[in-house]
Design a protein around this ligand. Structure first.
Ligand SMILES: N[C@@H](CCC(=O)N[C@@H](CS)C(=O)NCC(=O)O)C(=O)O
Length: 229
């Protein structure tokens, strides 16, 4: 049975969990946070999620895990048969990661520490997000799924990317970023209604308080260290 390591407040963890549930694969969850020695032993970059396979192989990086799951468990496919169409799905996932997820994440340390976000950072993040908005507007169809009639890995991936875009990007820039991509907002709302999304969201909420305590402890430890230098 696959073991999924990480914590439910992580959107990267949740997208892999969503894929596992969608494919009806049995898996167990192992609660691990960033910075732990146990995580570093199985994740080269010390990031979650990580999965441990039946053979005892540890795999990190969410998009790599998604590909591994698809290749190993091809039933209930999440990629199209056609190689060109598969490339479009992966292109959307990559663009969402580079131009939606990562710029929005730039705000996280400021939000968690309560520090003011410098205007220069906001300008830079807005520029990158704008690129993402334009690229995704050109690529996504939302009819009804991102690439058309088949629900694909891109639907699951972008849906969980969007939690970070809304929570950090939109709120800090006072810009409804999802609404800037034609069709995305309605599709995102539909995705959020699925039984799987609701289960993943319930688990995320259940983990939120403990996760925030960990974050607070990390910031306090960093401040103590800074003050003692
Ligand atoms: N590129 C990685 C990013 C994963 C990532 O950033 N995970 C965060 C949680 S959402 C993490 O592990 N943070 C802990 C840390 O940075 O120490 C992926 O796609 O899996």
């Amino acid at each position: 049975m696959i073991t999924l390591h990480g914590f439910a407040a992580s959107n990267y963890y949740n997208l892999v969990k969503h894929v596992l549930i969608y494919k009806e694969l049995p898996f167990e969850e192992n609660l691990l946070y960033g910075g732990s020695a146990e995580l570093l032993a199985i994740s080269p970059a010390g990031k979650v999620p990580v999965i441990t396979t039946d053979e005892g192989l540890h795999i990190s990086e969410s998009s790599v895990i998604c590909d591994f799951i698809e290749e190993t468990y091809p039933a209930m496919p999440l990629y199209p048969d056609n190689a060109g169409e598969r490339a479009v799905v992966r292109q959307i996932m990559k663009i969402a990661e580079l131009y939606f997820e990562l710029p929005s994440r730039r705000f996280i340390p400021y939000v968690f520490s309560g520090a003011e976000i410098p205007e220069s950072v906001k300008v830079e993040v807005r520029q990158v997000l704008n690129r993402g908005v334009k690229a995704l507007s050109r690529l996504c169809r939302f009819s009804p799924w991102i690439v058309g009639e088949q629900l694909t890995m891109a639907d699951i991936y972008v849906y969980h990317v969007n939690t970070i875009v809304s929570t950090f990007g939109s709120s800090q820039l006072e810009w409804d970023i999802l609404a800037a991509v034609p069709g995305m907002k309605a599709w995102n709302d539909a995705m959020s209604q699925s039984v799987i999304s609701q289960k993943v969201e319930a688990d995320r909420l259940a983990n939120k308080t403990e996760f925030m305590q960990k974050v607070k402890a990390q910031f306090e430890a960093a401040n103590t260290k800074k003050n003692s230098l």
